[in-house]
Design a protein around this ligand. Structure first.
Ligand code: 5U1
Length: 800
């Protein structure tokens, strides 16, 4: 606010600016300011309105969510939403499911307009009708009433004549204007359109519901409908619904004479218009539009179930009129449905490479989006429980894009009397070994806790033919050991004939064994033996990836190889030490550690590397400079998860007691000099436990062994690209934690400091950077944002 401006003036200015930004964002699709700037203006407005409540008006951008939940203001407790009689009925659309139906629609239109249209040519062609081509959003039709430019009522379609009053909820949809822009709008204007839930929001909402064990929505339409009919508008607001307009219901006064001109006018008044909107002359152009959109459908950020064609001229629309509850001048050309109902015939269990026993739905075959679906993944038993699935149930199947078909919901009302529960087998369906539920082991606050995981595993490992086959297929694959000529069918034969019982057996196969296999002759046999021989010299990263450690993909395998340098180190690494690697969290660290704890896995690795099998790792070396530099004593204390000891208290402790021995030996008096009594007691309690002391010493010993200990001579950074430079990180980084950014900069030779000075080479400023960024500007120090940092790291071969 400037000195000469009153609060009322500033409030008006802020509202107008925020409205402009909203318009640019939602209608023009050209955001003019970053979100942070919008939020700043919004906060300023909110603060001014709090100071001056008398200046609050309903159309202020801060007033999208009303203060009271609807249930609190409803006159009758058993009626959720008040009924609204539409000024003009909200009609539905006739559907065309194929080209033939579209041709017939166009013929009916031309016949209906025979007197209006010019005659066709001698060959029976034309005249052609002009259509407006629109998307059919898979959302919820709403009516929005504006009086003197202000939104006064929002209603659902309901039965077409009477809908429900959802004013408080539509107000929370940010792309719906609370007040019209520009001028020339009718004093009373009813706009119609579709409220929808963008795909990302739908996925986020369902992921949250799954995480909380709640019910998911079968599709974005149900999610939008469920969200707009929330009794509490603040819940609707959190669902981030959106809106596109598709026409005018009622208007006092004149509007332009075509649908497309009317839509353009609505856009200028602040209503979002779908950017795929087009004009087509003649039915062939409509069919081409349908094909274009069908190709784009999966990439659109919202779901559509078809396209809509409307006769563009309003006088023609009036001439054509209505049939029952549908206009004769419009049609929805539908895409194949993405969801269908079918019956769950059975649930079978598949065994994967890591032994995970996964339920798979066997379905009564059904066409979904043009493909016959007879199987769908059920992920795990938690998902079966969450869906409340029983064999014999009728289920909703959804197939979107290239995604594997999913069972979205059970239709509970259709459950037959003889429905059976889905039971996880106690024995592996392939090898008969026991099936065990995975245990999740977590260390927190110095205590180990075990909980039940969602995954069940067959304990048979390579004894289980299913696991063995998958393990070999993975081991020989192109990104792993890259053994050309060993396709899935050949692996199956090798395993079925008992020639291969572990990956090591591949390296002792002989000519006479291979030529016996189906499809092999002399040349192909020699070629395969050649490929096997050539694969004996893998890089460490390939080899680690080929082992098929659960949760270790190609990137993690590369990281393990690059950071720890040697297979022996990877095999021995304690989970706590593994978590020093950027991007390796506790769960992955435990998976890696458990894999190498397993005697059988170690035996296979040893066999592969013995002279008889001859696998020779090519590029083993030292621990990387990046990893060697990142371990600190205070960091280790934090990893031990001692109650109430975080990075700051750990740093304080280490400043006073600079070795593990001293910390273990410290008494309460020593500790209280730098810690609160609660923290001091926690440290004492922790190190009183023999197992905790042992673990801390083991970690320290391993850090020493790997050359990662804080007292080890640090690796020279000479020759590294950022050697000699001091960098500072400030603000919140979105793509990586600050620890990771620090480790990555250090791996390039930089020193990362906490404070900005004239010696600072560069400051990386994340979101909401504050005083350090200001200091950098003051001292003329170079500043880069996260994007630039990611690019710099990528230029030096370090991925985000
Ligand atoms: N794009 C579009 N969707 N949609 C749905 N236009 C459109 N028109 C509709 C409906 C139900 O109804 C007309 C009768 C105006």
């Amino acid at each position: 606010m400037t000195d000469s401006q009153t609060a009322a003036e500033r409030i008006a200015q802020l509202r107008s600016e925020l409205d402009d930004h909203n318009y640019r964002y939602y209608v023009l699709d050209e955001p003019s300011v970053p979100d942070a700037e919008y939020d700043r203006l919004f906060r300023e407005l909110k603060a001014l309105e709090t100071e001056h409540p008398e200046l609050i008006t309903p159309e202020s951008p801060t007033q999208r969510v009303g203060s009271k939940a609807l249930s609190a203001v409803l006159p009758r407790p058993n009626v959720a939403f008040a009924p609204v009689r539409h000024l003009i009925p909200m009609l539905s659309l006739d559907n065309a499911f194929d080209e033939q139906a579209m041709l017939e629609f166009d013929r009916r239109v031309r016949e209906g307009l025979a007197e209006e249209l010019p005659p066709g040519d001698l060959f029976g062609n034309g005249p052609e009708v002009e259509y407006s081509c629109e998307l059919k959003l898979d959302g919820l039709a709403v009516s929005l009433l504006y009086e003197n430019g202000f939104l006064v009522r929002g209603a659902t379609r309901g039965d077409g004549s009477v809908g429900e009053d959802i004013t408080a909820n539509v107000r929370t949809v940010r792309s719906i204007p609370l007040r019209l822009r520009g001028d020339g709008w009718p004093a009373s204007l009813e706009v119609r359109g579709e409220v929808y839930m963008p795909k990302v929001e739908f996925e986020r909402l369902n992921a949250e519901a799954i995480a909380e064990g709640g019910k998911t929505f079968a599709n974005p339409r149900n999610a939008a409908a469920g969200s707009i009919r929330q009794l509490d508008p603040s819940v609707t607001e959190m669902r981030r619904l959106s809106f596109f307009t598709y026409g005018v219901g009622f208007a006092e006064g004149d509007l332009p004479g075509t649908q497309l001109d009317r839509l353009a006018l609505l856009r200028s008044w602040g209503f979002p218009l779908n950017r795929e909107l087009k004009k087509a002359v003649g039915v062939q152009a409509c069919l081409a539009y349908y094909q274009d959109i069908a190709i784009k459908r999966d990439e659109l950020p919202y779901e559509i179930d078809g396209v809509v064609f409307k006769v563009n001229r309003i006088d023609f629309q009036l001439e054509l009129g209505f049939r029952a509850r549908e206009p004769r001048w419009a049609i929805a050309h539908k895409f194949p449905a993405r969801e269908e109902l079918t019956e769950l015939l059975d649930v079978e269990f598949q065994v994967g490479r890591t032994g995970a026993v996964t339920p798979v739905a066997r379905l009564k075959p059904v066409q979904v989006a043009g493909v016959t679906v007879s199987n769908a993944t059920l992920h795990n038993m938690d998902e079966v429980a969450r869906l409340g699935l029983m064999i014999g149930d009728t289920v909703i199947i959804r197939r979107a894009g290239d995604v594997i078909p999913q069972v979205m919901q059970v239709v509970a009302e259709r459950r037959p009397d003889d429905a059976r529960p889905v039971d996880i087998p106690t024995q592996c369906p392939v090898c008969g070994s026991q099936v065990e539920r995975t245990q999740l082991v977590k260390r927190s606050k110095g205590k180990e806790s075990v909980s039940e995981g969602a995954i069940y595993r067959c304990v048979g490992r390579l004894f289980c033919q299913a696991q063995l086959k998958q393990a070999i297929i993975h081991f020989v694959s192109r990104r792993a050991m890259d053994i050309d000529g060993l396709g899935d069918k050949i692996v199956e034969q090798l395993v079925d004939k008992g020639l291969v019982k572990s990956p090591a057996d591949l390296y002792t196969l002989i000519y006479d064994q291979i030529i016996e296999l189906e499809g092999f002759a002399e040349v192909s046999t020699r070629n395969l033996l050649g490929s096997i021989a050539n694969s004996r010299k893998p890089s460490l990263a390939r080899f680690v990836f080929a082992l098929g450690i659960p949760d270790v993909g190609e990137e993690t395998a590369k990281l393990l190889a690059r950071s720890l340098g040697k297979l022996d180190r990877i095999q021995e690494a304690l989970p706590e030490v593994l978590t020093y690697l950027p991007d390796v969290g506790a769960e992955v660290a435990y998976e890696i550690h458990n894999f190498f704890e397993d005697e059988h896995n170690c035996k296979v690795i040893a066999e592969l590397r013995d002279p008889q099998h001859g696998v020779l790792l090519q590029d083993e070396g030292d621990v990387s400079a990046e990893l060697a530099a990142c371990a600190t004593l205070d960091g280790m204390l934090v990893k031990l998860n001692i109650t109430s000891i975080g990075p700051t208290s750990a740093r304080k402790l280490v400043a006073k007691l600079d070795s593990l021995d001293k910390i273990i030996a410290a008494d309460g008096i020593d500790l209280r000099q730098v810690l609160s009594s609660k923290q001091a007691d926690a440290v004492r309690e922790f190190f009183k436990v023999e197992a905790n002391r042992k673990l801390a010493r083991e970690i320290e010993a391993q850090l020493l062994e790997f050359g990662m200990h804080w007292n080890s001579a640090r690796k020279s950074v000479e020759g590294l690209p950022l050697a000699g430079q001091t960098w500072v990180l400030t603000g919140t980084l979105e793509r990586m934690s600050r620890d990771i950014a620090k480790a990555r900069l250090e791996s390039l030779g930089a020193k990362v400091s906490n404070s900005v000075s004239t010696k600072t080479h560069c400051v990386v400023a994340g979101e909401s950077a504050g005083s350090k960024l200001a200091k950098a500007h003051e001292l003329n120090v170079a500043v880069m944002d996260e994007e630039q940092l990611v690019k710099l790291l990528a230029d030096h071969g370090i991925g985000a």
